[in-house]
Design a protein around this ligand. Structure first.
Ligand SMILES: Cc1cc2nc3c(=O)[nH]c(=O)nc-3n(C[C@H](O)[C@H](O)[C@H](O)COP(=O)(O)OP(=O)(O)OC[C@H]3O[C@@H](n4cnc5c(N)ncnc54)[C@H](O)[C@@H]3O)c2cc1C
Length: 582
């Protein structure tokens, strides 16, 4: 029969499972084509059809900001295989034996008779197709703020190829001078850079108190500082109240505090919601996040219908709660599972996600995997411990670049719950390493002696990830008491009687300094200058340096000398998110 040629010894199948012949996939961007391709690889005889509303197939949506920003000029590169072949219907038919109908929308489903209805977006006649198994991959839709003026000319999202074409044209025409971006998440920040590169003055408007809400405030603030250093404006804690227009065209935006900002272009990037209207109309169950409910086989409430990608909700492997995870990699993984199960019966599983993502922020990156401290607390995990570490990704002689990392772990078990990392260094490697640790359920103890690849062009001997684990271990075992930048700022603002001890050298102090009342005693001189410290051994002493490694050594010395409340400013000056004197 040619079906399911890759057997899995450990699994037994019912004969009926091999009967699927007509597979129809609705949606042809990420999850859909992946599901179709997987189904084809496992079943050379099935009749596989992709029905795609958009005119293009297999669009690399994650690449839109880089096309808009001019990182490359050939639009077809967003649609190509790695060997440069555009994935159009001809490619799908010739290379994969998959019938792809583009510009065609599925308008209804008759589940009882296993039929669907579709018609071309150009308004063609309704066509009826029958299926044995159906795969939903209808993706997500951008959220649009329900404010006056939302239909004015000059307002767009960056969600489709059409949007990317529109914004790329704006880049090429060079007529627009000012733009606002509504929303400071992944797409908002990437679009900010793209339009900034197009020579447009940008303001990012975020309703919440911080950009990038998957990060804790301190790291998000460091990201915001970096965006501002690139001459983009950022307004946080202030939402959009109204789009202002003249003759049907956008001329500005009004914020909830009354501020008006003139602009000719607005890009709305306030998140996405699962595109489930068709599924709901067909009677499929949707869940609390709005996504189609699927089991671990990516099977919906109808056993003959699978679903994958942005249109579904999945289970967080960490909290066990349902989440909407609109990520391109997850869409592909889910599509792979749905495609296999549609032709082979339920045997492949998708066991949930952990919330891993990364975002380019000009020459920085911001990544997260698992839970931030805020997310862990929100999920009801109270007994957690965190560590912030700042260190370069490589030795200085190899032009190492800074990474600021925050790790969150369960205090009792030591299990790592989440890692965030930002900076100009190799954030992706840190997040990938951490993601594997979280997926494997590893603890701080398991990770202290991690055997990671080391050579100077790639890493430090103690990689940033391991150094973060070491800090966390020291804190868990009471060898180090950390203090966060936010706590120090609060103590300083409240004019608390504390001693802030900077242990760097005088040259470094001249170059960069916090200027919050600190005293400078270089680490090398500290043993001989203890007399300059407060005589009251109970007084709080907060030690730090550029990254707080020397700060930690100073703290060890002071504790040994009888000081009872010695703390280390975690991440040191490099992780300080507030303004500095220098
Ligand atoms: C600008 C941008 C940047 C991104 N960057 C990243 C990133 O860096 N990393 C990351 O992991 N993710 C990123 N994402 C998210 C990622 O692109 C999505 O998670 C992924 O595309 C989801 O794939 P999907 O197939 O589920 O849905 P979609 O890509 O949304 O595709 C769904 C398709 O279904 C079709 N469709 C819908 N309804 C019907 C119907 N009734 N009939 C026929 N066809 C229909 C639509 O035409 C659409 O093409 C980014 C997204 C955008 C927009």
């Amino acid at each position: 029969m040619g079906l399911c040629k890759i057997p899995r010894e450990s699994i037994t199948y019912k004969k009926e499972a091999f009967m699927a012949k007509k597979i129809i996939v609705i949606g042809g961007s990420a999850a859909g084509p992946k599901a179709a391709a997987r189904a084809r690889r496992l079943d050379q005889d099935a009749e596989i059809t992709i029905i795609q509303k958009d005119p293009d197939l297999s669009m690399a949506s994650c690449g839109y900001p880089y096309y808009v920003g001019g990182f490359f000029d050939d639009r077809n590169m967003l649609l190509c295989t790695p060997t440069g072949v555009v994935r159009d219907p001809k490619f799908f038919l010739n290379a994969k034996g998959i019938n792809a109908m583009t510009g065609t929308e599925v308008t209804g489903i008759d589940r009882k008779n296993k039929k669907l209805f579709c018609r071309t977006t150009a308004g063609g006649a309704v066509e009826e197709l029958s299926y044995d198994k159906l795969i939903f991959a209808t993706g997500s839709l951008p959220k649009i703020p329900p404010v006056p003026g939302k239909d004015l000319e000059g307002i767009t999202t960056l969600q489709s190829m059409k949007d990317a074409d529109f914004l790329r044209k704006i880049r090429d025409e060079k007529k627009i001078k000012k733009a606002v971006i509504i929303g400071g998440g992944l797409i908002g920040i990437e679009t900010c850079e793209a339009l900034q590169l197009a020579g447009i003055e940008i303001t990012v408007i975020e309703m919440l108190p911080q950009l990038q809400t998957s990060l804790d405030w301190q790291l998000a603030k460091l990201v915001e500082n970096h965006v501002k250093s690139k001459k983009a404006n950022v307004i946080t804690g202030n939402g959009l109240a109204e789009f202002l227009g003249q003759d049907g065209k956008l001329v500005g935006v009004k914020l909830t505090n009354g501020t008006e900002l003139p602009c000719e272009l607005a890009v709305v990037a306030i998140g996405v919601k699962p595109n489930t209207m068709l599924a709901k109309n067909a009677g499929l169950s949707t869940g609390e996040t709005g996504g189609i409910i699927v089991n671990e086989y990516m099977q919906t409430s109808d056993p003959d219908i699978y679903a994958a990608g942005d249109c579904v909700e999945v289970t967080s492997r960490i909290t066990g709660k349902k989440v909407h995870a609109p990520y391109g990699d997850i869409a592909n993984l889910e599509g792979r599972v749905a495609g296999e199960n549609a032709v082979c019966g339920n045997r492949a599983k998708f066991s949930g996600n952990i919330g891993t993502g990364i975002c380019k922020v000009f020459d920085f990156a911001a990544g997260v995997t698992g839970l931030s401290e805020t997310a862990a607390l929100k999920a009801g995990m109270k007994d957690i411990i965190t560590a912030v570490n700042a260190s370069p990704d490589k030795p200085g002689f190899m032009k190492g670049k800074l990474l600021v990392t925050k790790m969150v772990a369960d205090k009792k078990s030591g299990k790592v719950l989440g890692v965030q990392c930002i900076g100009p260094g190799d954030v992706s490697k840190q997040i990938a390493t951490a993601a594997m640790a979280i997926m494997g359920g590893l603890t701080v103890k398991d990770l202290v002696n991690s055997d990671l690849p080391y050579a100077p062009p790639f890493s430090l001997a103690i990689d940033n990830f391991i150094a973060t684990v070491h800090i966390l271990e020291n804190k868990m075992e009471g060898r180090m008491t950390g203090i966060s930048a936010e706590e120090v700022k609060e103590l300083v603002d409240k004019k608390q009687d504390i001693c802030l001890l900077d242990v760097r050298g005088p040259d470094e102090f001249e170059e960069i300094r916090l200027g919050i009342g600190e005293v400078l005693i270089p680490l090398g001189a500290l043993r001989n200058r203890l007399g300059e410290l407060p005589q009251d051994k109970k007084k709080t002493i907060i030690c730090f340096c550029k990254i707080s490694l020397r700060g930690y050594e100073a703290a060890c010395l002071l504790s040994a000398k009888g000081y009872q409340d010695v703390r280390v400013l975690e991440g040191g000056i490099m992780a300080w998110p507030y303004g500095r004197e220098k």
